[in-house]
Design a protein around this ligand. Structure first.
Ligand code: SF4
Length: 154
């Protein structure tokens, strides 16, 4: 069964304004790329956000997702609820993030699983962080500038 067949998911809900989405639609909009779980640095002068290849300790590299999604905010002090964080949070999300795109009134990319039907195109486009990351437990996080990398922005 595809995600769009769930009883709480309206047809083409991803085209609706973010504020009108129900909880199931909001969760289904996430493509599970994992990029919001990366450590980021922000330039104090121009607010530019730089992504690194260092990921939250709760991120399970093998499964490609959070190992404790339900309790993540109790465990990780600065893990945000995007929905409740206020509009400034969108600028800190990757350009490919479905929440950022819809906040900016842009359509989902054609590789998004909701449009493509599965994650194959997303994999081909290189959107998921997959195994290209290292856990924050394994690096010196005071040295993050050395770990800045450019992720695909397809
Ligand atoms: S960056 Fe956006 S789409 Fe990707 S996992 Fe995070 S919330 Fe979901």
């Amino acid at each position: 069964m595809s995600a769009t067949q769930g009883s709480d998911l309206r047809p083409k809900f991803w085209d609706l304004p973010l504020a009108s989405l129900n909880e199931a639609e909001w969760e289904a909009l996430c493509d599970r790329c994992g990029r919001c779980c990366l450590h980021k640095l922000q330039d104090e002068e121009d607010n530019q956000v730089y992504f690194t290849d260092v990921v939250c300790r709760l991120f399970d590299v093998k499964s490609g997702g959070c190992s404790d999604y339900a309790n993540r905010r109790e465990q990780i002090e600065d893990c945000l609820s995007i929905r409740n964080a206020g509009v400034d949070v969108y600028a800190c999300l990757p350009l490919t993030c479905a929440y950022r795109l819809r906040h900016e009134n842009q359509p989902l990319p054609s590789w998004h699983p909701l449009l493509a039907g599965d994650t194959r195109l997303m994999q081909v486009a290189g959107i998921r962080i997959g195994k290209q990351v290292v856990s924050e437990d394994q690096v010196d996080v005071s040295d993050l500038e050395e770990r800045i990398i450019a992720w695909v922005e397809a």
